[in-house]
Design a protein. Structure first.
Length: 245
């Protein structure tokens, strides 16, 4: 793998956002919806849903919140949600993809376009930046309290069907083909590993450093997009200058 570490690059901003309890529940609700939509609302037969529900309980998420997310996935109440991807450029020409889940495309498109415009960016056409990203399965295992060395973890990951692994003091980051993610996830769980993250996500092939004079604009754009209730994920092909991180 390249030097790009998704976990390290998102932690600073993610921790600041997740300090708000409501944002934690919002993210878990989206994950519940996606897991239930993909594999059904029965956690006994949906391993990914079980994983997210464990996170929900650990965060003390109210049962009503959990049920609402599952109801959305099963169509209870009549609301129909669509997954939409927006592509654009941030300040300094940095490529950004926005994954949204919405019951009102016009509302979401207007909000995403407004965010780009307000922060010196521009929304692009479909395909304008998606070619700069690769879709991969991504698993994170926290090392805190885990009595497993790097060699053992690598062998277990490869035996499970993973393609590669990246190691830091805090985490093991495991990469898979998107179609292999469920079997790799299940195999690692069967070996007794607790997974912090197991998802299909987007990684940039290359990154562009945000110009120093545009850092505040750029972070403002990403924060506004991330805080939108319809936005599930913001994928960035950018890095911030060292003194700005």
């Amino acid at each position: 793998m390249s030097g790009h570490s998704k976990w390290h690059n998102i932690q600073g901003r993610k921790n600041a956002q997740d300090a708000k309890r409501g944002k934690i529940f919002q993210k878990i609700s989206r994950d519940l919806y996606q897991a239930a939509k993909a594999g059904g609302v029965d956690p006994d037969s949906n391993a990914q849903l079980r994983l997210v529900m464990e996170k929900a309980r650990a965060a003390n998420m109210p049962k009503d919140n959990i049920q609402r997310a599952l109801d959305k996935a099963s169509g209870v109440g009549g609301a129909k949600f669509e997954e939409i991807t927006y592509e654009g450029y941030g300040p300094g020409g940095t490529a950004i993809m926005v994954s949204a889940l919405t019951d009102n495309k016009n509302r979401t498109a207007a909000a995403v376009r407004s965010a780009f415009t307000h922060h010196g960016g521009s929304l692009g056409a479909s395909g304008s930046v998606s070619y700069m990203f690769n879709r991969q399965g991504y698993i994170v295992i926290l090392r805190d309290g885990l009595d497993t060395d790097e060699d053992t973890m690598l062998m277990d990951a490869l035996d499970a069907g993973a393609d590669d692994m990246k190691t830091s003091d805090e985490v093991f980051e495991i990469y898979t083909d998107p179609s292999s993610l469920p079997e790799v996830r299940d195999a690692l769980q069967a070996k007794g590993y607790d997974l912090d993250t197991a998802e299909v996500t987007m990684f940039p092939e290359n990154t562009t450093e945000v110009p120093e004079g545009k850092v505040s604009q750029y972070t403002g754009l990403v924060d506004e997009l991330s805080e939108n209730d319809d936005v599930q994920d913001v994928y960035e092909a950018a890095t911030l200058p060292e003194d700005a991180e």
